[in-house]
Design a protein around this ligand. Structure first.
Ligand code: GDP
Ligand code: MG
Length: 370
C-alpha cells in the first residue's frame, strides 16, 4: 500500500510535517516525514486541523465521478460550448463536420494537415465552439450510459430530400432526455426535391416546433457539401451557447471525460480528453478511468504541442499505463504518488465489480438453462 505520505499531507493542509508527526505521536503512532498514511490516519489529521472538506475529497477521490465540484463563484469564467452532431445515416453528419473543420483551418497554417483526434475547436467571430467528432449517436449513447454528459448543444441533421427517419427520432429522444438545447440543421438544400418546410412539419411532430411557427427550436437550412448556411449555423450555436451561460473554473485541477482511447505502436496508450473543468498541464499526474500516469505529451486538435488546456478544450495525451475507454472520467492530481494510489484503487474496485457482474451473469445463465 502506498498512500499519501506525511510530508504530502502536511503540504496539502498547510501544516508543517513536524505538526502532523506530533498529532500521530499523540495518537500512539510513530511516523517519519516519508511514512505512508492510511485513510483513517489521514482522516484523523484532517479532523484535527478542521479540514473536513479536504478530507472528504481525499477519501472519495477514488470515485471522482461522484465528487460534486463546487467552485468559488469568483473563479468561474465563460467556456466554449461542446457540440455534438446527430442524425440519420447519410444525412450529412460527416460532411458537415468535415466542412466546418476545413473551412476554419487557415490555409497552410499547419501544413494544411488536420489530424482527427475525435474532437476539434473552431472560432466564430472571436468565440470558440468545440465539436465532438465521434461517430454519431452511438458514441453519445455510450457516453451517456457511462454517465458522461459532455454535450452542451446537439445539432440534429435532417436531409431535406429524405425527411425524418428512425435514427432522426432516436437522436431527438437522446437529446431531449439529456435536456440539452437542440438546433436542427436541414441539410442538402442544394438538392432537387429538397423541401425544408416538410421537414419542419415532421420535426414539429417530434416536439421541435420552429421559432417562426411559434415554437422554440432554431432551424438552419444548410448544404454541408456546398457550404451554404454554415456561417449562420455557427453563429446560431454561439447565440444558443450564450443563453446557456456555460461556466467553468480554470484555476482548479483538470477534470473531464475521455472522447477516444487507442493504443499507438510507437507512443503507447493515447487518449483524446475533453477538459470539462480546470486546466490540464503537460506533466500533470493524472488518473483516466483506471489508467494513470503523467501527461507526457499533450497535443491540440491541430497537432500542435500544448503546455496547458483550459475548459472545453479537446487534447490528445500520452503517458498513461493503459488505454482508457470513451466516456471514462479523468482527473489531474497534485502528486504522481496520489494519482498512482487512486488509479490502483480504481483498478481494484473495477476488477471486483467485474467479478460481481460475471457471477451475477452466471446466475442468470443458470436460470435461463432451467
Ligand atoms: P453521415 O452518414 O450522416 O455521416 O452522411 P455523410 O456526411 O457521409 O453524407 C452522405 C452522403 O450525402 C455523401 O455522399 C455526401 O456527399 C452527401 N451529402 C452530404 N451533405 C450534402 C449536401 O449538403 N448536399 C448534397 N447534395 N449531398 C450531400
Ligand atoms: Mg458519417
Amino acid at each position: 500500500e502506498d498512500g499519501i505520505t506525511v510530508g504530502e499531507l502536511a503540504e496539502m493542509i498547510g501544516q508543517t510535517p513536524a505538526n502532523v508527526i506530533k498529532v500521530l505521536f499523540m495518537l500512539g503512532t510513530m511516523v517519519t516525514i516519508n511514512s505512508s498514511l492510511n485513510d483513517e490516519q489521514v482522516e484523523l489529521i484532517c479532523l484535527e486541523y478542521g479540514y473536513e472538506v479536504k478530507k472528504k475529497v481525499i477519501v472519495s477521490e477514488i470515485n471522482f465521478e461522484d465528487i460534486e465540484i463546487i467552485d468559488d463563484e469568483a473563479d468561474l469564467v465563460g467556456r466554449p460550448p461542446v457540440v455534438t452532431i446527430m442524425g440519420h445515416v447519410d444525412h450529412g453528419k460527416t460532411t458537415l463536420l468535415d466542412y466546418i473543420r476545413k473551412s476554419r483551418v487557415a490555409e497552410g497554417e499547419f501544413g494544411g494537415i488536420t489530424q482527427h483526434i475525435g474532437a476539434y475547436q473552431v472560432e466564430v467571430n472571436g468565440k470558440k465552439i468545440t465539436f465532438l467528432d465521434t461517430p454519431g449517436h452511438e458514441a453519445f449513447t455510450a457516453m451517456r450510459a457511462r454517465g458522461a454528459q459532455l454535450t452542451d448543444i446537439v445539432i440534429i441533421v435532417v436531409a431535406a430530400d429524405d425527411g425524418v427517419m428512425p435514427q432522426t427520432k432516436e437522436a431527438v429522444d437522446h437529446a431531449l432526455a439529456a435536456g440539452v438545447p437542440i438546433v436542427v440543421a436541414i441539410n442538402k438544400i442544394d438538392k432537387e426535391g429538397a423541401d425544408p418546410e416538410r421537414i419542419k412539419g415532421e420535426m414539429s411532430e417530434l416536439g421541435l416546433m420552429p421559432e417562426e411557427w411559434g415554437g422554440d427550436t432554431v432551424y438552419c437550412n444548410i448544404s454541408a457539401k456546398k457550404g451554404i448556411g454554415i456561417q449562420e449555423l455557427l453563429e446560431t450555436l454561439t447565440v444558443v451557447a450564450e443563453l446557456a451561460d456555460l461556466k467553468a473554473n480554470p484555476k482548479r485541477y483538470a477534470y473531464g471525460s475521455v472522447v477516444e482511447g487507442r493504443l499507438d505502436k510507437g507512443r503507447g496508450p493515447v487518449a483524446t480528453l475533453l477538459v470539462q473543468n480546470g486546466t490540464l498541464r503537460a506533466g500533470d499526474p493524472i488518473v483516466v478511468g483506471t489508467a494513470f500516469g503523467r501527461v507526457r505529451q499533450m497535443l491540440g486538435d491541430h497537432g500542435k504541442e500544448l503546455k496547458e488546456a483550459g475548459p472545453s478544450t479537446p487534447v490528445e495525451i500520452t503517458g498513461l499505463n493503459d488505454v482508457p475507454v470513451a466516456g471514462d472520467k479523468f482527473m489531474a492530481f497534485e502528486t504522481e504518488k496520489m494519482a498512482r494510489h487512486v488509479g490502483e484503487e480504481r483498478q481494484k474496485a473495477k476488477q471486483e465489480q467485474d467479478r460481481g457482474v460475471s457471477s451475477a451473469m452466471s446466475l442468470d445463465d443458470l436460470f435461463n438453462q432451467i
